[in-house]
Ligand binder design. Structure first.
Ligand SMILES: Nc1ncnc2c1ncn2[C@@H]1O[C@H](COP(=O)(O)OP(=O)(O)OP(=O)(O)O)[C@@H](O)[C@H]1O
Ligand SMILES: [Mg+2]
Length: 284
């Protein structure tokens, strides 16, 4: 059974993309799973964490096979997007890790996506799910890297997901933001009764052990009095130079030559693998 998991936070820069790409790489290479990453963010951060900027430019401009082309087809009655061609195989130097890339051009059309419903038989929220239906079964995991909002593009990910993970830095405003996300998703589920997404967990990211604030926020959120404490992962991702630098090679931490030159690589890679083990049990 394929598990489809969206990585969501309304806050920007909290490590959503980093967590998505690194969990995906370990699932594929270490756990032997077949994994697809879908980059729903026009910033294309997950895309260029797994393929080079030059390859992306070629795919965007010449081959016309990004998520922009999928949505643009529906808006303008075109037929550029071809799913078989759009899936890039074995990305980041990792076998069985595939990618559907995003595009900066999505910015231009994201406010018009809502018009799709009136132009086709599919609602603007079901475009991605409908398109991917034929290939979902080929994967053990489909991980969706969402932009920092709950707009129409993100809802395309949510409607097809079994679970969502909230990556968060452990600080006060982030803690407040978590309730907003889960409330918004619950409200959406009341409108779309076919949406089965459930919270898999909250993962602390970019944890800085030198700050009392991070320690105290983690303590509060792990305390049973916090209403989501059961969802907080035991394992967390610290702030590490090897994690920050791996996108230099357009590769995840696991396969990045630059990351491997850092003294913390081995210990940090083990922490990512611990998160993945917990991720697997929380998305059964
Ligand atoms: N554990 C970490 N250690 C060090 N740097 C990190 C870590 N996680 C993320 N970063 C860095 O923090 C920045 C933001 O991370 P990332 O792009 O993953 O966040 P995001 O939540 O996806 O952002 P956005 O909301 O813009 O999509 C990046 O420069 C990334 O390299
Ligand atoms: Mg991101």
């Amino acid at each position: 059974m394929t598990k489809i998991v969206s990585f969501i936070n309304l806050k920007g820069g909290v490590g959503k993309t980093t967590l998505t790409v690194n969990i995906a790489s370990v699932l594929a290479k270490i756990n032997g799973k077949k994994v697809l990453v879908i980059d729903l963010d026009p910033q294309t951060n997950a895309t260029v964490s797994l393929i080079s900027q030059t390859d992306w430019q070629n795919i965007n401009d010449i081959k016309k096979q990004t998520l922009f082309h999928l949505f643009n087809d529906k808006l303008n009655n075109l037929k550029d997007f071809d799913l078989d061609k759009a899936i890039i195989k074995n990305v980041g130097g990792i076998k069985n890790l595939d990618l559907i890339p995003s595009s900066l051009n999505l910015v231009e059309i994201q406010d018009r996506i809502i018009e799709i419903g009136s132009k086709s038989f599919v609602s603007h929220i079901d475009v991605l799910k409908t398109e991917l239906a034929p290939i979902v079964d080929k994967y053990d995991y489909i991980l969706i890297d969402c932009p920092p909002n709950l707009g129409a593009i993100t809802l395309n990910g949510i409607i097809m997901s079994d679970y969502y993970v909230i990556p968060t830095t452990p600080d006060i405003l982030s803690k407040i933001g978590i309730s907003l996300i889960s409330n918004r998703i619950d409200t959406f589920k009341k409108v779309r009764k076919d949406c089965i997404i459930k919270l898999a967990g909250i993962v602390f990211t970019k944890v800085d052990y030198r700050t009392n604030l991070h320690a105290s926020t983690q303590f509060e959120m792990r305390d049973p009095t916090y209403h989501l404490s059961n969802f907080v992962f035991n394992n967390e991702l610290p702030q590490r130079i090897s994690i920050a630098e791996s996108p230099i090679d357009n590769k995840p931490h696991l396969s990045s030559p630059t990351a491997k030159t850092k003294a913390d690589w081995r210990a940090t890679q083990q922490l990512i693998r611990n998160i993945v083990d917990e991720f697997i049990t929380k998305t059964l």
